[in-house]
Design a protein around this ligand. Structure first.
Ligand SMILES: *[C@@H]1O[C@H](CO)[C@@H](O)[C@H](O)[C@H]1NC(C)=O
Ligand SMILES: *[C@@H]1O[C@H](CO)[C@@H](O)[C@H](O)[C@H]1NC(C)=O
Ligand SMILES: *[C@@H]1O[C@H](CO)[C@@H](O)[C@H](O)[C@H]1NC(C)=O
Ligand SMILES: *[C@@H]1O[C@H](CO)[C@@H](O)[C@H](O)[C@H]1NC(C)=O
Length: 573
């Protein structure tokens, strides 16, 4: 029975999957001895295989990858621990960053003991561009410009065993410090003024909840996942925040089940209409529409995806590629879904087990970061398993990463936007905090390539033959096809030369020589032509002169122009 079903599955797979074969023209590459040569790039190739036709081959294939480069600097020094304001020891009586939020031109970071740091970017070090103000140590990518102790304004901090959450509202330029039972907010522009005092307001009708998951601000509303209670919505009005609504299973017309929200993502369709991606602890992902207008909130269930317990985090940037992370029986894994709201359909692009604990998921337009504590994985959108069955994971390490965010260009006046327009996209950077540091990481995508290296022992002119194969995704109707791929095959030879010049350079030099030859020929031609023209003119002048000489003898005295005068003088001598 098992074999039968397996066979059935395989035939189904091969029937479903259409491979479009293409062949590129064969080529011979010349490589120089003793140095690595990249002879061939394969942009968009998801997985490449190089088959050598001989032993001891000197070429190998490198898969596409993302290179990262991180700058960081320490903010919390051990000295900082001396200025403890605490009288009573609490579990959180230590000063470490636990969260941050992207604000205009910088970030706001908060420690476990509620000290808020306002940090501004030194754009000169974020990108190499001139003319920005510098903060702190100008060699760092950012600098601390203000530090605020929020402890006095927090109610009952001594008894807290909960970490605060930071939220920023771009629309109102307000920052929120949230706990399960209380919430305060203050104006970031007031903080930026760097004065001795700052007003911190309490949200008076903040609802106490046993559990509080992610909280986000969207278009002037604060959405807070509150576990079994559902999702609370608050409205920000100028400098006042009021409770508006709680979303429960009734709004979504979910039968039997009670919601248990862990995380959510929101995608704006248009003003007043949003797509919600709710991650429920028991049910998995639930998709719904949300309609907001000044008088009411309305919800409409679109569908529940497959039941999946143990949700940790979910995110989407484009509203179609959804990354969700789960933990079941101590095993961490993530799933990339492709969803279509209007058709009410979904498919699974990939489902992968993670070797490390997954803490969060953050998506950009092209990829998602599945972040852990020290190790983080980059996963490209539409990374269908069939494209690259033995794909290697793209990992990077950032020890003790506590929180991070991508640069968001929705901040119109963000100076970075202007400065990096050509060079980078916003999601080529992310920045955040570790326990004591602020860090900035830049990405660079490196496509798959063939690299060859022949050492000194390789004989000159020796030649090797290879077959290269790689898969690329197929785009159908503007979206990546879930059941088609393009497989390209290319045969090539590699020849070792010790001459200093490579084939490519030879080509260039030949072109240069030909051009130079052409220029010389043309110049010689011009010179010869000019010379001939000059000889002809000279001859003409000679004949004209002799004619004039005769005339001036005849008509001397009547001619009044200079030449005749000279001729006359000459004549006299
Ligand atoms: C918007 O508000 C109007 C009343 O002002 C109400 O009739 C309508 O149903 C609301 N629409 C939505 C989608 O919430
Ligand atoms: C959903 O599917 C329909 C029909 O295939 C298509 O026209 C539409 O563009 C899709 N929506 C998205 C967001 O891809
Ligand atoms: C391309 O995809 C097919 C189908 O999944 C797979 O069998 C094959 O190994 C892949 N080829 C390469 C070069 O990755
Ligand atoms: C692509 O779109 C065309 C017309 O818009 C449609 O006929 C065709 O079936 C679509 N192909 C796929 C694979 O969805």
């Amino acid at each position: 029975m098992f074999y039968l079903s397996l066979l059935f599955l395989m035939s189904l797979c091969s029937e479903d999957l259409k491979i479009l074969e293409t062949k590129e023209s064969s080529e011979t590459f010349t490589i120089h001895q003793g140095e690595p040569n990249i002879i061939y790039w394969m942009p968009e190739a998801d997985n490449a295989i190089l088959m050598p036709l001989q032993d001891k081959s000197f070429c190998q294939v490198k898969q596409q990858t993302v290179q990262t480069e991180t700058q960081q600097f320490t903010i919390i020094q051990s000295d900082d621990f001396k200025d403890y304001e605490f009288e009573i020891d609490t579990p959180l009586n230590f000063r470490e960053f636990i969260g941050m939020v992207h604000i205009n031109d910088g970030m706001l970071a908060i420690t476990s003991d509620a000290i808020a740091y306002l940090i501004k970017f030194n754009y000169d070090n974020v990108i190499s561009s001139q003319g920005f103000t510098s903060y702190g140590n100008s060699k760092d990518f950012a600098g601390v410009i203000w530090k605020a102790n929020l402890q006095p304004v927090l109610t009952s901090i001594e008894s807290r065993d909960e970490l605060p959450q930071l939220v920023y509202s771009k629309k109102n330029n307000l920052a929120f410090v949230l706990y399960s039972d209380s919430a305060q907010f203050f104006s970031v522009s007031e903080m930026e003024k760097n004065e001795k005092t700052m007003h911190v307001n309490q949200i008076s009708n903040w609802i106490q909840r046993e559990e509080r998951g992610l909280t986000k601000e969207i278009d002037g509303y604060v959405f807070s996942a509150v576990g079994k209670a559902g999702m609370d919505i608050y409205e920000i009005k100028e400098s006042d925040v009021t409770f508006r609504y709680t979303v429960t299973q009734k709004d979504l017309k979910l039968q039997r089940a009670q919601l248990e929200l862990k995380d959510f993502a929101v995608f704006k369709v248009k003003d007043g209409q949003y797509q919600l991606y709710l991650l429920d602890a028991k049910k998995g992902l639930i998709l719904a529409y949300m309609y907001i207008n000044s008088s009411e909130f309305k919800f409409e269930l679109v569908m529940s995806l497959e039941e999946q317990r143990g949700g940790i985090a979910v995110d989407t940037k484009n509203g179609q590629n959804i990354f969700a992370a789960f933990e079941q029986n101590g095993i961490y894994f993530y799933i990339e879904y492709l969803v279509n709201f209007s058709q009410k359909i979904f498919s699974i692009i990939t489902k992968q087990v993670s070797n490390y604990r997954i803490v969060d998921v953050d998506a950009t337009d092209e990829f998602a970061i599945i972040s852990g504590v020290n190790h983080h994985q980059i996963v490209f959108n539409n990374g269908y398993d069939f494209l690259a069955p033995n794909k290697e994971k793209i990992l990077f390490t950032q020890i003790g990463m506590r929180d991070f965010q991508f640069f968001q260009y929705t901040y119109e006046e963000d100076q970075l936007k202007e400065a990096v327009r050509d060079e980078y996209q916003y999601d080529d950077f992310f920045f955040g905090v570790t326990a004591t540091n602020a860090f900035l990481t830049k990405f660079r995508f490196v496509p798959a390539r063939v690299v060859c290296f022949a050492d000194q022992n390789v004989e000159e002119w020796s030649k090797q033959y290879y077959t290269l194969q790689f898969n690329k995704s197929q785009v159908v109707n503007n979206s990546i096809s879930a059941n088609q791929l393009i497989r390209t095959t290319k045969n090539f030879a590699v020849q070792v030369v010790t001459t200093y010049l490579f084939a490519q350079q030879w080509k260039l030099i030949r072109i240069l020589l030909i051009t130079l030859g052409g220029i010389i020929l043309i110049s010689v031609g011009i010179v010869l032509f000019q010379f001939r023209k000059y000889r002809i003119q000279e001859a003409q002048l000679d004949t004209e002169l002799s004619q004039h000489q005769q005339k001036s003898v005849d008509e001397s005295g009547t001619k009044l122009n200079d030449s005749s005068v000279i001729i006359k003088v000459q004549k006299v001598e």
